[in-house]
Design a protein around this ligand. Sequence first.
Ligand code: GDG
Length: 735
Amino acid sequence: MGRTIIISNRLPVKIQKDKDDNLVFKPSEGGLATGLGSIYKEGDNVWIGWPGMYFKNKEEQKEVEAELEKENMRGVSLTPEEIKLYYEGFSNETLWPTFHYFNQYALYKKSYWQAYEKVNKKFCEAVLKVARDGDTIWVHDYQLLLLPDLIRKELPHVSIGFFLHIPFPSFEVFRLLPWRRQLLDGVLGSDLIGFHTYDDMRHFLSAVSRISYISNQNGQITKDGRTVVIDAFPMGIDYDKYSNSAASPGTLSREVAYRTSLGDQKLMLSIDRLDYSKGIPARLQIFDLFLEKYPQYQGKVSLMMVVVPSRDKVGKYKDLKQEVDLLVGRINGKYGTVNWTPLHYFYRSFPLEDLSAFYRMADVGLVTPMRDGMNLVCKEFVASKLDQTGVLILSEMAGASKELSEAIIVNPNDKHQVRDAIKQALEMPQDEQVKHMEIMQATIKKFNIHHWVNLFMSRLNDVHDKQLKMSTKLLDDKIEKSMMKDFEKSDCRLLMLDYDGTLTSFTGNPEDARPDDELVELIGKLAEDDRNKVLVISGRDKDTLQKWLGDLNVEFVAEHGVWARRIDEGWMMTDSLDNSWKEDIRPILEIYVNKTPGSLLEEKDFSLVWHYRRVETGLGELRAREIISHMKYLAVNMNLQVLEGNKVVEVKNLEVNKGKAASKWLEYYDTDFVFAIGDDWTDEDTFKAVPQEAYTVKVGDRRSAARFSVNDTKDVRRLLRQMAESKSPVKADKS
Ligand code: GDG
């Protein structure tokens, strides 16, 4: 059993010096640390990250490292310069603003990028000191986007998961980053990539499709022959921790004390790190608008605003702090009275019991970020409401809004809407509050942090298992010999051969892939032995196959199964299929032909094919992505499938595939040897349709449902040559 290695920018521990200069380790209370605590503390699992301090000298470093090791942690030591450029710089001044749609704040500095690359490599070195094949590695967040691929290059078979805690922006925003391609390649070194929401996942897949030219199938992509699964895993909180804390005597006594000082008034609460993504100034302006429009609430409602200091060395955060200070002063100055302070503003953090007391006391939780990956504060507010009263106002820009639809959902940019939502929340009847709170509590309780960790980890294991199963074995000498033995002793051999990429290599023009003399001779020779039933099973049109190989004693399946030709028979259409969809799809594909020089549209009997082999590199792939997303959208309602082949996109009726055709051939013959070989994913249907013991062989890429793989068309010809020249005698009783 391998170990689990967790990696994040910061370790789940705060290291400080006490007054006597002794090191003090304080475990972090963050949700992630709680959720993963049960994992990294077990056995020889580890958590790797920056300990959050600079070492004065080697002795201090050794002392800290020894302490960390006792707690199953390993530190990555970073210099002040590295923190400045990699963490404050690239992570927080380039990636953070871009990923939160504040791209106007993003700085694109080469020195930041170089430090980001360097520090990711440093993390990789720290991982390699402990990791080995068989381990499971879970990398966290935007500071370490390059790490999965760096690890993959060194440990190709290790299982790597990645989770992004912040939003993933739309392609149009992500593309602004000068290092977009490297960032995607970095994270695609993972086996499983998790996001908080389905929208983040969709944006990521679209960026991968548009930038790396890799399309997805139900959230799965293939990168360098490896399957990468992308999915949404909305993160939860430690529900019991917050509900227990809300019931603790320490919290209750604090609540009594605070209530007494505040007097009899309604309380709204907001808690955030100081960050422009959290919409703090806009929230203050909204509170101002509220008091102005509804003066009856002046003296009756206060907003308690906890702002936790964060990233105070980054320029934008300093400006923000000033803006917030100014607004708070202005509002309190404008409305405050001797008996009433509209805003209780705290620029510091509080212990959990204070936080719990605030959550309990608040009539309204005001959570209005401009953009937030998930937002855990709103979930903690709900979990702390033991009597189920209270109302949550939640921004639709927070990932949590996808789960908590019983909150009052608002657009934080629509200040008048939020202003009125505050009034609605303050006036909501109690039974209605309870009804909504009950549903939200049930959701948050069930999908808690432990559920999240288990779900991610078990999915990562599944993906890894599936990859092992999908990874075919190279057809080596030993297998080849045993295959030939089986071949020689059999009396009825079905040989299913894909054409392009299998019998011949790809060429610039599909017409140029006509069989060379050697191939014609080889197939002819194979077919001479009437124990060999040779079936060429191709996506090509029937006329081409007829012209090229029609004189041989072989059978055909053309257009992935639309047409078939048996020995001594003419071409027959397999099924009667509806073709009316072509009238709608052809004009759309023609538009793409017109705007993509070098591309062409081929019309087959039951499909339309857009070829881009001769289109400028990059442009063809880009257009192909556009066509695929366009067509997939239409395909759902039109019973069509969109197939992506080598430099082609083919649209055809859903009922046609090579697997169906292969099954028919298995019925035609009483076979005792089945061989199927092909190179692209349309051949996967054939591999799945034949009996398990059949010799299924994938050409090229080793991720396949086939049992074996070979490298290229040369290997294919070598195998077929052996079969063609096999001198196995025909058994007497059958001759
Ligand atoms: C990132 C993403 C995503 C706050 N003040 C105090 C305090 N806190 C705790 C809260 C909560 C946490 O900090 C804040 O978490 P959020 O999720 O709200 O926001 P980020 O820090 O921006 O986190 C975010 C998250 O990662 C997880 O994936 O949800 O979208 O931006 O737990 O309670 N804790 C204490 N005292 C405070 O004063 N003890």
